[in-house]
Design a protein around this ligand. Structure first.
Ligand SMILES: [Zn+2]
Length: 206
């Protein structure tokens, strides 16, 4: 269940000097307050969407808002709303979403850079995530067992799974074939460009 809804918070209050209360006629007792209403999800504000103004009398404690606001207060209310900004924290949900998208883009560009570096200078133990064709969801692994620039010898994993990150499930020595075969740099580049080689992992950094 997703919990969402709307909420409001007081932003500012301004006195209206010299104005008589429409209820009790007391002067210098009127004040206008502006609130910010915002949508929230799990109580985290997503974005503000309206700024209701409330007129109050500090003498008789009456209040007016929306359609009940007397006509002569429409202009001061409009002016106060115009110069009142919703607090920045009413945007925090969208801020979090934007930060997550930014982080995702950064992480995937870092990953692509690491993949390119690993392919350019292969090491024994590098593991390539591969699939038959781009768009298919049957992934397997190739493990580098020898580097003889410009070729590498790899052993294929004997299993295929429907998961673009098969490393954790498939990377056990017993799951690899005993028979290796040779791939050269051009073949690896073509596989990468065709979306058949989707990831390179180097488990031991040294
Ligand atoms: Zn009053």
């Amino acid at each position: 269940m997703i919990i969402y809804g709307t909420n409001g918070a007081h932003v500012r209050t301004a006195p209206l000097p010299g104005i008589a209360c429409p209820g009790c006629a007391a002067t210098d007792k009127m004040q206008l307050s502006v609130f910010s209403r915002y949508a929230h999800i799990y109580w985290v504000p997503l974005f503000p969407y309206s700024k209701p103004a409330v007129l109050q009398c500090n003498h008789c404690q009456q209040g007016w808002e929306g359609k009940s606001l007397p006509t002569e207060f429409h202009e001061p209310a409009r002016a106060l709303k115009k110069e009142t900004r919703a607090p920045i924290w009413h945007w925090s949900g969208l801020g979090i979403v934007a930060a997550l998208i930014g982080w995702g883009a950064f992480a995937s560009s870092q990953d692509a850079r690491a993949n390119a570096a690993y392919l350019a200078a292969p090491r024994v133990g590098d593991i390539y995530t591969v699939r038959e064709n781009e768009g298919e969801r049957n992934y397997s692994l190739l493990k580098v067992v020898a580097v003889k620039v410009p070729t590498v010898d790899v052993v294929p994993n004997e299993y295929v799974i429907d998961n673009s990150h098969p490393l954790e499930e498939l990377n056990a020595p017993a799951k690899y074939s005993k028979e290796s075969f040779t791939l050269n740099k051009l073949e690896l580049t073509i596989m990468q460009n065709k979306g058949q080689l989707t990831d390179v992992d180097r488990l031991t950094e040294d």
